[in-house]
Design a protein around this ligand. Structure first.
Ligand SMILES: *Cc1c(COP(=O)(O)O)cnc(C)c1O
Length: 363
């Protein structure tokens, strides 16, 4: 094969991780967040593996349509809601629930006369200051929703955390999360409806936020966003293994500079390996020299810049390595969280960035 860059998706790991989430939040229903093509793992593939979830959450109505086409019958929540009145009949027909975060959506609902009530989740901006009604606008928005015959009587209440990866034992002592919890509790105290607050980090570390529905994304894919922690620390398993092969193994002289701009210099005569993967496949170009990959079953550091099609590894501890050897970029034993950290981002971004030339397989 000319190019063997492969993303292997593990349905077993997805199912296992759903089980872990359920153990962390035993009293809550689980809305599996599958936005961005299932965090880059493939929407239909992920949904099939997670068919035991109680609902799905997506960012685009087209994704809800794909879930229905794939035979998923659970409710699907559109996390940013509709932004066009033409979406409403499709949402009703597909049993897609809508987040309501802005007065413009209330106006569209008031002007539409849909039949078959739409289930709505009112979003409270408890302090993240992205989507949602500020506390002083929540009761009016709730009342307007309640008064609409085209809206299901049973209105849900949700909020989103900005820093739930900072726990009580962190430097911040979870200050922002505690504040958001308090605001949500206070503003919704006299409102009826199911509650949903928790993303993955809150599922794992803020039990008081679990409410009626938890909304994990990253945890289902086995990825942690908590500093210094990987999914494995919570018993989660990576749902993706990203691999390629060495296509060259060679000796370079002491003082030899590796790759574009020669950012890494060989301290001695040494063996390097060239792996057939680069940012054209979605491996982050910003991943620094020293990012760990696995050659065969040995962890080795990368050296020099990641280019579009290739990257280079230090094989000094791996003298037996040869062209054709398997290189694991991330997966079991090579946490994608570390790749993300080395590239100045979180583990979610690399898995969402795999490009179309990469082959996807399931095991
Ligand atoms: C993405 C998202 C989630 C899931 O976040 P994770 O950190 O991946 O668990 C939950 N709720 C909302 C509104 C989201 O946008």
């Amino acid at each position: 094969m000319a190019r063997s860059t492969t993303a292997t998706i593990h349905p077993e790991a997805l199912r296992h991780n759903l089980g872990v989430v359920r153990r962390f939040s035993p009293a809550s229903k689980v809305m599996a967040i599958v936005k961005a093509d299932g965090y880059g793992h493939g929407l239909e593939r992920v949904a099939n593996a997670l068919s035991g979830a109680d609902a799905f959450g997506v960012a685009a109505l087209a994704d809800a349509e794909r879930l229905r086409a794939a035979g998923m019958s659970q409710p699907v929540l559109l996390l940013s809601g509709f932004d066009d009145p033409d979406d409403l009949p499709r949402m009703r027909a597909l049993n897609v629930w809508s987040v309501i975060h802005h007065a413009s959506q209330l106006e569209m609902l008031e002007q539409s006369d849909g039949t078959g009530p739409l289930r709505c989740w009112l979003k409270v901006d408890t302090g993240m200051h992205r989507l949602g009604f500020l506390p002083d606008a929540v009761h009016e928005a709730y009342a307007r929703l309640k008064s609409l015959p085209s809206v299901e009587d049973d209105i849900g209440l949700l909020q989103h955390f900005a820093s739930s990866d900072e726990y009580l034992d962190s430097a911040s002592r979870g200050e922002q999360t505690l504040s958001q919890l308090k605001v949500f509790e206070t503003v919704t105290a006299d409102l009826r409806g199911e509650r949903s607050m928790a993303n993955s980090a809150a599922v794992l570390g803020w039990p008081q936020s679990h409410g009626d529905w938890v909304r994990p994304g990253g945890a289902l894919y086995g990825i942690s966003v908590c500093e210094g922690k990987t999914g494995a620390d919570y018993g989660l398993r990576p749902a993706m293994t990203f691999t390629t092969r060495l296509i060259s193994v060679k000796k370079i002289p002491a003082g030899g500079r590796v790759g574009y701009a020669g950012t890494w210099t060989a301290p001695e005569e040494m063996t390097i390996g060239i792996a057939a993967v680069g940012y054209g496949d979605g491996y982050p170009r910003t991943a620094a020299s020293g990012t760990r990959v696995k050659v065969g079953d040995k962890i080795v550091p990368t050296v020099g810049r990641v280019s579009m099609d290739l990257m280079t590894v230090d094989l000094r501890t791996c003298p037996e390595a040869a062209p054709g050897d398997l290189v694991t970029l991330w997966g079991e034993g090579v946490p994608v969280e570390h790749v993300g950290e080395s590239a100045g981002t979180i583990g979610y971004e690399p898995v969402c960035s795999i490009t179309r030339r990469v082959r996807f397989v399931e095991d």
